[in-house]
Write a protein that binds this ligand. Structure first.
Ligand SMILES: Nc1nc2c(c(=O)[nH]1)N[C@H]1C(S)=C(S)[C@@H](COP(=O)(O)O)O[C@H]1N2
Ligand SMILES: [Mo]
Length: 206
């Protein structure tokens, strides 16, 4: 049997190690796993940070809603994605060069609060992989993602390690349709749709 003294010491040790965990681990909420078939009408009023889509089926593209611009025409032959700001090596990447980066596929839920929600499989380049190509300076903290009509969304660089964040060029296995931001759109796990910049033109590291 454990002595009373041992027992107290063990309890204190457990308590101390709990206190010493990174704050982020303590604060991370347990996400609610949505069952297969869960109503998209209900999901559209939920917070993407609080739900887990692992059991949800993928929605066909015909059922997607759209928001923001849907008719921007970008010619993939002349398209350049610029990467600038706090980097050692600014870039201007063609569409073909972007397609040559290692690609990743992720199923991520898009919620436009109050309007629609859809679960899709996105293919693209991991945002961290792409910006690393420009040799981001050590002091950098954010990447500003600019799309058509000067839409800009700021992503903290520390989010790149803990969330699925892609520059997507395909959805459900097909080239990104024009209404959804061809040639490149942001896929941002845990963030509302208004952060999912479409028609991306530039990444500015700051
Ligand atoms: N460039 C740009 N991207 C944008 C927007 C915008 O106004 N401009 N609207 C956002 C909003 S509010 C939503 S909900 C999503 C919708 O993406 P979808 O049209 O592909 O469904 O795009 C986002 N991306
Ligand atoms: Mo939205």
């Amino acid at each position: 049997m454990l002595s009373r003294r041992r027992l107290i010491l063990t309890a204190m040790g457990t308590f101390l190690s709990f206190l010493l965990q990174p704050l982020s681990v303590v604060l991370a909420k347990v996400k609610k796993i949505l069952a297969r078939g869960f109503s998209r009408e209900k999901i559209k009023d939920m917070n993407p940070e609080e739900i887990d889509n692992r059991e949800l089926e993928i929605d066909p593209i015909e059922s997607f809603g759209t928001m923001g611009p849907t008719d921007v025409t970008i010619d993939p032959q002349t398209y350049k994605l610029k990467v600038s700001g706090k980097v050692e090596r600014p870039l201007a990447l063609s569409y073909d060069q972007i397609l040559k980066f290692p690609s990743t596929k992720e199923t991520v839920l898009l919620i436009c609060p109050g309007y629609f929600a859809y679960n899709a499989q996105w293919t693209g380049v991991n945002l961290k992989t792409l910006i690393q190509e420009s040799r981001v300076k050590k002091e950098a903290k954010f990447v500003d993602i600019r799309g058509a009509y000067e839409k800009v969304v700021r992503v903290p660089l520390k989010d790149l390690d803990r969330k699925k964040i892609l520059l997507a060029y395909q959805v459900n296995g097909k080239s990104l349709p024009k209404p959804h931001g061809f040639p490149l759109r942001l896929v941002y796990e845990g963030a509302y749709g208004y952060e999912w910049v479409k028609y991306i033109e530039e990444l500015v590291i700051s």
